[in-house]
Every structure is written in C-alpha cells, then in structure tokens.
Design a protein around this ligand. Structure first.
Ligand code: XIL
Length: 357
C-alpha cells in the first residue's frame, strides 16, 4: 500500500507548489496534459501495427503507458506446453522503453484466448496448477523491472450469476485443486506473481463492475479479504467498455471511492465508448459529442481520487478497435482518434479533463 499512490501524490504536491509560477502553454498531447497530475494515460497496442508510421507516432506522442492488447495472452505466449514465444510482447516492451512509457501486463489468468492444447488437453488439477505456476512465474520473471503492473486475473466473476465466480478451467473445470474454495485459486495466483517480481503491482481486472452492484460488491469483498490475509494485491482494474450513452457516473465515482478507501489503487484499464455506426463506420455528430462528455466525466471521476492512478483506452484509433468485430460492425467509432488519426471531440475532452487537474 505504501508504494500505491506515490507517483500521483508527489505530482499533486508539485502542482500545488508550482501554482503561481506563471501558466505554461496549453498541453499538446494527452501525456503532456497528464504530467501535472501524475496520471498514467495509456492505451492497448497491437504489435503488428507498430510498423505503421502514423500509428507509432501517435502512440509515442500521446501516451505515457501501453498495454499489449493480445500479445501477452496465453494464446500468443504459449505455442505449446513447453515453450514461450515472447517475440510480439518484447517488441511492445522495447517500444515503450524507447519512448519513456510504462507497460501494463495483461493477462495471466483468464478463461478466454487460451490455446487449444490447454483447453482440450484434459489436464488434471495437479497438472494445471503446475502449468499455471510455471506460466505466471516465467512471464512475470521475463518482464521483471519492465512491466510495472499486471492484470493477474481477468473477469473471474460471472456475468449472469452476479457475485459468483465464473466456472473456468482455472477455478473448477477442473481447476488447479482449489475448486469450491472461492477466491483461494486467485489468491494463489497473486502469490506466485509476487514471488516472481516483488516490485511489480498486481491487479484484479474486471468487466462490468464499474458501478456499485453485486459484481463490484463481490470484488470488494475479495479485496477486503485479501487485505486481511496479506495477499499481495495492489489494485483493481475497471475495464470501462461503455455502450450505454448514459452511464451512471455518480455510481462509478462512488465505486472508485470505496475501493481506493480500502488502500488499493484503481485503474481504468480498457475504456472505449462505442457508438451506433452506419455502413461506412461513421457515427452521428450528436453521438460523438455525447461520447466526448462521457470521456470527460469518467476521466474527471478518476482524477478526483488520488488512488485512481491510470486512465487507459482500448486502442486509440478507430482504425483498429475490437468493437467492430465484437458488434458485427453495428457499433464502432469508440476511441479518441478517427481512422485517419485525427483527434475527435473525445480526444479534446480527455485532454481537457487531464489538464484541468
Ligand atoms: C480483446 C482484443 O481487443 C481483441 O483483439 C481480441 O480478439 C479479443 O480480446 N476484455 C479484455 C480484453 O480484457 O482482453 C479483450 O480484448 C476485450 C474485453
């Protein structure tokens, strides 16, 4: 907990100290706008796109953090039970180092994007426990000192049976030997990760748990319990994939408040605001404005809490976003830059919110 808020508190102190020393010119990028508050402003990144000049230039200019969108998932890292293929992820980590960006790792334990040899391998709980321990320790160890924070587990709570753990290969199908013991299997994963890199921060990441409700209540109870038991958890990631254009920002804010009050960090990890689009992928001007308001409000909710330490979008250009395939092209235009890397109203809203702190 002691390390948790150092960056932002230091930056807040400098801001207060710096007041009255004249005003600088308005920020020219998100990362410049985020500097005074110490906020991390990140985005999900695809290794294949780094070769595209506009993609790489926008990424380096605007963001001070990146997260591999897919390159650190089992499916990519684990071609077979014995080997690790770090090539794509390493390229992203190198890019980050060259451009003075932090790296968030995503994700060590998830029910999706696992290779068929794993999901169809009919492994016993003992074998799965060994596989998972080796995976976590090897991957976290490989990136020790380079990845500052990890999503240890992603989406472990159920979508339908709210508040219950999801049935997965890691929990109870057949699980790693702790099925029926609630969050004990997650606890084990956090401990393995921490052993591999005691300096890194370890997060629990979740979808649709942004507001107060049964799912966020269950996560809250887990974090509270982990705190009592000394489990090395440093924070909670809220994905923030927004499709409803009237999100309950007050509830999101209250949720951020209660988690940070527990002494863990909150990070917004996968924000996008998807809009209905026409056959050309274009959204209405009105919706683009509404989208900008949402980016502004969510950024402001994070900035209002010193324990909310990162705002990250799930991609940055509408040219590359998971929303298109996810919604069968019915929605899109979810990100701050358009397909030609031109800033949208959402970009200016986000930059303005960052600069306002
Ligand atoms: C998505 C990626 O963006 C896609 O490229 C991939 O095909 C599927 O996964 N929640 C998560 C992310 O935690 O890992 C998902 O990423 C989006 C939803």
């Amino acid at each position: 907990m002691h390390r948790a808020f150092k960056g932002r508190i230091l930056a807040l102190g400098l801001t207060v100290f710096g007041l009255g020393f004249g005003t600088a010119s308005p920020p020219e990028s998100l990362r410049e706008a985020a500097q005074p508050s110490g906020m991390l402003i990140g985005t999900a990144v695809r290794a294949a796109q780094l070769a595209e000049t506009a993609y790489a230039a926008t990424l380096a200019r605007e963001f001070n953090m990146l997260e591999p969108e897919d390159a650190m998932k089992w499916e990519v890292l684990r071609p077979d039970p014995q080997s690790f293929d770090f090539s794509q992820a390493d390229r992203l980590v190198d890019f980050a180092a060259r451009h003075d960006m932090k790296v968030r790792g995503h994700t060590l334990v998830w029910h999706q994007q696992n290779p068929p040899w794993l999901t169809q391998g009919r492994f016993t709980p003992d074998q799965l426990a060994k596989l998972l321990e080796t995976h976590i320790k090897t991957v976290v160890g490989h990136y020790r000192g380079k990845v500052f924070a990890w999503d240890v587990a992603n989406e472990a709570f159920d979508e339908q049976a709210l508040g219950k753990l999801r049935d997965t290969i890691w929990y109870d199908q057949p699980g790693i030997g702790l099925s029926g013991d609630g969050t004990a299997y997650l606890e084990r994963c956090f401990r393995w990760a921490h052993e591999a890199d005691p300096q890194a921060l370890f997060f629990y990441n979740e979808a649709e748990a942004e507001t107060l409700g049964p799912k966020s209540d269950a996560i809250y109870a887990m974090v509270q319990e982990f705190g009592k038991r000394g489990v090395p958890i440093d924070g909670v990631g809220f994905q923030m994939h927004i499709g409803n254009l009237h999100p309950d920002v007050a509830s999101i804010s209250a949720n951020i408040r209660r988690f940070t009050a527990l002494g863990v960090q909150v990070q917004i990890t996968e924000m996008d605001v998807s809009l209905p689009v026409d056959a050309h992928g274009n959204a209405s001007a009105e919706d683009l404005q509404r989208q900008a308001d949402i980016y502004r409000q969510i950024a402001a909710a994070c900035l209002a809490h010193p324990g909310c330490t990162a705002i990250q979008t799930w991609g940055f250009t509408d040219k590359y976003s998971w929303i298109g395939s996810h919604s069968k092209k019915a929605r899109g235009a979810a990100l701050p830059f358009d397909r030609n890397y031109l800033p949208k109203p959402a970009y200016r809203a986000l930059r303005g919110a960052l600069a306002a702190r």
